[in-house]
Structures are given as structure tokens and as C-alpha cells.
Design a protein around this ligand. Structure first.
Ligand SMILES: *Cc1c(COP(=O)(O)O)cnc(C)c1O
Length: 357
């Protein structure tokens, strides 16, 4: 007998491979703008580092401690090395946090809409989800989060910038919110897209961790670092929580391949800032375009934009026939588009304008 919570779950629908989709649609070219990947590729330093590594020790287990990557990140973020916990993608960290912290009957607060995997993992552990609608501007509503806290609340998720709305809450707002949260409740700020945030010079909640031991910050190499295929994500936690999470984490959950790639990508901050600059410029053009078309959208600080359009499914089907895949199914009449390369953004905008005429 499977757990009741799991029998009732709907599985996460992963992306089809581009090859499968191309074949199904009979397309020669297909650009995926549905998964918030880095449209500008991966740092060339990654391929270089991997060929230098040269498969020595492929028969040996990897360094379970991820020492090289750990030291690189700890020093750049100015946190202690034992404040970091690594996962096979941030996805694994999301599961690890729920597995470690949530007991059946606990309440877990999330924004609606937000990244679906927070709820997936919490529900597997028997939690009751408390959904708090984003405000009219699509922004995570932290004062309503405070009102939703009860003695049963165990965990609170803040996706910042929020997927799928792309909106951002300031560090000051998070600090004010933290003051309303009991110390027994863990607040997790998922900063998967924080590198793309240009509204503030230092938008991360990491510096708040010295004041709030119950604050956790998450990062991934899948988005701005262009390494989605390598599956590297991590949590920045208090050393006490780090110690608990390490008891549950699977040993050897990342390959040396992944560590070598992520370390090289991390050292090439020039690639990251070029990506961020290009995305921000293209994001401005997208917002201009959506304004010109009279379409409703949320102001984005990420590498995607969530916009409202009548006949969203028909438009998505039309774009797919023309070789562009957008994300559907995240809200009635809403589509999410990943900011692509300039020529692809231009092509998609032309197709949308033609569809709406
Ligand atoms: C993409 C994404 C993740 C997962 O990242 P991986 O490291 O690829 O597992 C986590 N959180 C949010 C909000 C995301 O959009």
C-alpha cells in the first residue's frame, strides 16, 4: 500500500526532450522558451575544465563533501563552509528540506501561484498546504503570510523572484516579515533566479541570516549559470540545520563531473554578468512589446515573463507550430515565456502580434 498522500498526488510534468517534441510536431528547428534555461548557453570554461579532468577516477566514488565547490562558494558568499548543503539540482534540496522538517499535519505556507514542487514535497510528508494568493501586482503577499501563520505552521516558502510571476520582494520586506515569524518556523527563500535581479545591487536574503537562524536561502546552477543538465543546487543554512540535513542527505549525491562543471562555471562570473545584462535588456524589450500590445503582465526581475492573453492555449499551439515552445498550464489565460536570444524574442513577438491582429 502506498502512502495516501502519494496516491492522491499529480506527478510533476517534466519537459519532453526537444528531439521528441520536434519529431512530434514535424519541426526542423525548435527553441524551448518554457523551462527558464539559460538561452545564452554555458560558460566555455566548463567544457575546458571537464576535458582537463579527463575521467581520472571515474571508477571511484566522488567527494561526498564537494570540497572544491564548497570552498569556492563559501568564500565568495562570505559564509562558513558548513553552512552549505549540496543537492542533485535544487530539486533534491526541496525534497530534503521537507523530508527533514515536515511532520504529518504540519502546515506549510506558499504563495499562489508559485513553484509547484514546494507543495509536492510537503504533501508527500503529509503536510497541509496553506496557499496565499499573490497581490494584484503578482507579488508574494508577506503580510498575508503573517496572518496565515498558526501554531501548526512548520515551513514557509518565499520564491524570490517568484516563479511563475517573476516578481521580486525586497530584502527589507523579508527582514520585516521575519520579525513576525516564530523561531520554530523555517522560512525558505528560493533564490533560483536572484542573479537576474537588477532592481537592487544586493538583493539576496543571505545577509539576513545572521539575524534569523530560521532563515534558509537556496541557489541553483541551472538558470543563470547555464548548467541545468548537470544538476547542482545548494542551500545556505545555519550550521545546526546543516548538521540535521546532512543526516538525511544521500551520500555521493553529486558526481565529480557535476562538481568540476559547477566550480568552473562559478569561477566564470564574467559569463554570468554578460548573461544577466543581455537578459535584462531583452526583458525590457519584452515589457515594451507587451505594453504596446495592451497585454497584462507582471513586472519581472527574473529571466522569464508571465503574461495574460485570451486564447492562451491557441496562441501557444500557434507558436509551437512555428518552432517556439512557451509554458502553458500555470494559470487560465496566462503564458510564461523564458527570455531568449534577441533574434528569438523578436521572432516570437512578431508571431504574437500577428496572432492578436
Ligand atoms: C528551476 C527551479 C528550481 C530547480 O532547479 P534545479 O537546480 O534545476 O533543480 C528550483 N526553484 C525554482 C523556483 C525554479 O524555478
Amino acid at each position: 500500500m502506498v502512502k495516501k498522500a502519494i496516491a492522491d498526488l499529480k506527478p510533476y510534468t517534466p519537459e519532453l526532450t526537444l528531439e521528441d517534441l520536434k519529431q512530434r510536431e514535424g519541426l526542423s528547428k525548435l527553441v524551448r522558451l518554457s523551462a527558464n534555461e539559460n538561452a545564452f548557453g554555458t560558460s566555455p570554461k566548463v567544457a575546458e575544465a571537464l576535458s582537463n579532468w579527463g575521467f581520472t577516477g571515474a571508477n571511484r566514488y566522488p567527494d561526498s563533501n564537494m570540497t572544491t565547490l564548497r570552498d569556492a562558494i563559501a568564500s565568495r558568499l562570505n559564509v562558513s563552509a558548513d553552512a552549505l548543503v549540496f543537492g542533485n539540482g535544487l530539486d533534491e534540496i526541496l525534497a530534503l528540506l521537507s523530508r527533514t522538517l515536515v511532520e504529518p499535519g504540519d502546515e506549510v505556507i506558499v504563495a499562489e501561484p508559485t513553484f509547484s514542487e514546494y507543495a509536492l514535497n510537503a504533501v508527500v510528508e503529509g503536510a497541509k498546504m496553506v496557499d496565499v494568493s499573490v497581490n494584484a501586482a503578482g507579488v508574494t503577499d508577506l503580510s498575508s503570510f503573517t496572518e496565515a501563520i498558526t501554531p501548526k505552521t512548520r515551513m514557509i516558502w518565499i520564491c524570490n523572484p517568484n516563479n511563475p510571476t517573476g516578481t521580486f520582494v525586497s530584502k527589507e520586506d523579508i527582514a520585516a516579515f521575519m520579525k513576525t515569524v516564530p523561531a520554530t518556523v523555517t522560512v525558505i527563500v528560493d533564490e533560483a533566479y536572484i542573479d537576474f535581479t537588477t532592481a537592487e545591487a544586493d538583493p539576496s536574503a543571505i545577509t539576513l541570516m545572521k539575524d534569523f537562524a530560521n532563515l534558509v536561502v537556496l541557489r541553483t546552477f541551472s538558470k543563470a549559470y547555464g548548467l541545468a543538465n548537470f544538476r547542482v543546487g545548494y542551500a545556505i543554512v545555519s550550521p545546526q540545520l546543516g548538521n540535521q540535513l546532512e543526516r538525511v542527505r544521500l551520500p555521493y549525491n553529486l558526481s565529480t563531473f557535476a562538481e568540476v562543471a559547477a566550480t568552473a562555471a562559478y569561477q566564470d562570473q564574467d559569463f554570468v554578468s554578460k548573461t544577466v545584462t543581455a537578459v535584462a535588456a531583452e526583458r525590457d524589450k519584452w515589457e515594451q512589446f507587451l505594453n504596446d500590445q495592451g497585454l497584462t503582465f507582471y513586472s519581472s526581475q527574473a529571466n522569464f515573463i508571465f503574461f495574460k492573453v485570451g486564447k492562451a492555449d491557441a496562441l501557444a499551439a500557434n507558436l509551437l507550430k512555428n518552432g517556439y515552445l512557451l509554458r502553458t498550464g500555470l494559470g487560465d489565460d496566462w503564458l510564461r515565456v523564458t527570455i531568449g536570444r534577441p533574434e528569438d524574442n523578436q521572432a516570437v513577438q512578431t508571431l504574437i502580434a500577428r496572432f492578436l491582429k
